[in-house]
Design a binder for this molecule. Structure first.
Ligand code: ATP
Ligand code: MG
Length: 565
């Protein structure tokens, strides 16, 4: 770890190369690389990962309007607070974008992460009151909701069909000019921690862009990796896999190591490097910085809790954080296995023995394991259900952690997408969502069948969810969660045959609904996805009385066939 911290603040990277080490290869691309990269682009198009000019223009217009609202609101506030006219005329205010839109890798239908930067006369409470009201009065604005007590407080809304997540920071400056640069750490001086966190997203995204040698190659590679991760069920920060910013940093590191390579090579090297990475060695895009501001930064030498992070990927702007604190031993193992598959598939593609569509084939999750846990969350009304599943989803990694700690379980793999309950469940419990976890049990040492007790892990998870729901005051009559152990052959009681079948190749019409092939429903606390190709009715199992039987099974004890793993 010694090499990771510089003795002084280093704004600029050493001349000649990006990142902490010299590149692995400076080889320029060959004609073959150009052909492979072109084929990669063609293979990605049906998934809707590239937005057309018209959609791009629409986003720019929306952002322009939003920027004007912000300036108008800040100037109105200045007047109402009786600031002198010399200040009122130039208070300014600005919208910065960050996340995938700013990186230039957003897809059709993705949201825009934005930051509203205001001068010192504007309070955070003004943002959540008068600006919220201003947005409410705009006819283009729909689905407006404020999440003021979040780690990074945010206002979420749809503006003319585009989902926006807007965070807020006030600077210690009387005015905010159009050419304001947030790169300098001094802009963080004497700010409240929520403002620092809100500024962080933008500072991190911009720093990533500065740390890659070729933006075009970075963007295409990242689009490919994000699509692959969604198709293989490993794209989800909340479920303990990686979110957008972590995938961006992994790809950026590969771009630093192969600065002249095209996307076809970079995707292959991505899988090569990260299938062999010596986790928990951290992935860093630059040296960790020290600053006079003394904010808490990720540093396992100083913070004992940082030593437990199993897959650290560290953000490059001060104060540096690990972006993957949700990753567990199980989710890392699942991702490493997928990196290995990615390496094998891309090796074949580059040899001309396979094509890119193979890389984007969906994971056959329901064929992969012998043992599953079905987690159902139900509520009586649709609104209660949306709130409920948001909370349950944000806690599923607690269940994964509990199962991981069971001495007989080696892997607990949650599929990030949820499924709507079928008619039988609907009649029993109302609005239902289901998540599935695949389990791998440890191989038994002797030829004796063992009963594995899952009661404790499941019970302590459900207790945590109910407790949290009460604390947040969202627990309503009819809200229920249940976790049931099932074998693979019993999954058809819950899911239609189409979902369970091994799908070698999905039709493009099935997958172009959005980039992941899933339809996502947003809730105030999270989002859930369902296989868009089927509706509720088609999910009714052929034998509904059998489902009753399953749900009455003793869920606490799973008799495992550990001998035949
Ligand atoms: P997507 O295409 O999925 O929206 P994204 O890159 O926009 O990907 P988001 O999950 O929307 O990622 O997050 C937006 C921004 O918020 C990120 O770019 C990052 O700056 C910040 N952020 C989100 N999650 C984390 C995290 N776990 N650690 C640090 N920063 C994060
Ligand atoms: Mg985003």
């Amino acid at each position: 770890m010694k090499e990771t911290r510089g003795t002084s603040r280093q704004q600029n990277q050493p001349q000649g190369h990006y990142g902490l080490t010299s590149p692995i290869s400076l080889a320029p691309p060959s004609d073959k690389d150009h052909i492979h990269t072109q084929k990669l682009i063609e293979a990605m198009k049906p998934f809707g990962v590239f937005e057309d000019q018209e959609e791009l223009y629409h986003r720019t217009t929306v952002l322009g309007k939003l920027n004007n609202f912000v300036r108008e609101w800040i100037s109105e506030l200045a007047e109402s607070k009786n600031l002198p006219p010399s200040i009122t005329e130039q208070v300014g205010g600005k919208i910065f974008t960050f996340g995938s839109y700013r990186l230039g890798v957003h897809t059709k239908g993705s949201d825009i992460d934005a930051l509203c930067v205001a001068p010192s006369h504007v309070e955070r409470s003004d943002f959540f009151q008068s600006f919220f009201e201003k947005l409410k009065n705009q006819e283009e604005v729909k689905n407006l909701r404020a999440i003021e007590d979040a780690y990074v407080p945010v206002i979420k809304f749809e503006f003319d069909g585009i989902e926006i997540d807007l965070v807020f920071a006030k600077l210690s400056l009387p005015t905010v000019s159009d050419d304001l640069d947030l790169r300098d750490d001094s802009c963080l001086k004497s700010l409240d921690i929520r403002c620092i966190r809100s500024l962080n997203g933008s500072r991190v995204t911009d720093e990533i862009l500065r740390l890659v040698p070729n933006l075009e190659n970075f963007r295409l590679t990242l689009r490919a990796v994000k699509l692959w991760a969604k198709r293989r069920g490993v794209y989800s920060n909340i479920m303990g896999f990686l979110g957008g910013v972590s995938w961006a940093m992994l790809v950026a590191r590969i771009c630093q190591l192969y600065p002249n390579a095209l996307a076809s090579t970079l995707v292959n090297k991505f899988f090569l490097i990260f299938s062999k990475w010596d986790w928990p060695k951290p992935v860093l895009l630059k040296r960790l910085e020290e600053s006079f501001l003394n904010l808490p930064v990720w540093d396992p030498r100083v913070n004992p809790s940082d030593r437990y992070h199993v897959m650290p990927i560290i953000t490059p702007a001060y104060p540096q954080q690990n972006s993957t604190y949700n990753v567990s031993v199980s989710t890392r193992a699942v991702m490493v296995e997928e990196f290995q598959r990615g390496l094998e598939v891309t090796d074949e593609i580059l040899k001309g023995k396979s094509d890119w569509s193979k890389l984007f084939e969906p994971l056959n999750f329901f064929q992969k394991y012998k043992h599953y846990i079905v987690l159902t969350a139900s509520a009586f009304t649709e609104e209660h259900h949306l709130n409920w599943i948001g909370l349950v989803e944000s806690k599923i990694r607690v269940l994964v952690g509990n199962l991981e700690r069971n001495e007989f379980i080696t892997i607990a793999h949650v599929q990030p997408q949820s499924f709507p309950g079928n008619e039988v469940l609907y009649k029993q419990s109302g609005y239902v969502s289901m998540w599935f976890l695949g389990l791998v049990f440890k191989k038994a040492e002797s030829a004796v069948k063992t009963n594995v007790d899952l009661t404790h892990g499941i019970q302590s998870f459900t207790d945590t969810v109910y407790r949290q729901a009460s604390a947040l005051n969202i627990l309503k009559e009819g809200m229920k969660i249940e976790a049931t152990y099932v074998k693979r052959k019993q999954l058809h009681y819950f899911l239609p045959a189409g979902t369970l079948q091994k799908r070698k190749k999905q039709r493009v019409s099935d997958i172009s609904q959005n980039n992941s092939g899933l339809q996502c429903k947003r809730s105030s606390l999270g989002e859930s996805c369902s296989d868009g190709s089927k509706d509720r009715d088609s999910r009714t199992p052929s034998n509904s009385s059998s489902l009753n039987k399953i749900s009455k099974l003793d869920i606490s004890t799973a008799e495992t066939e550990r001998l035949v793993q």
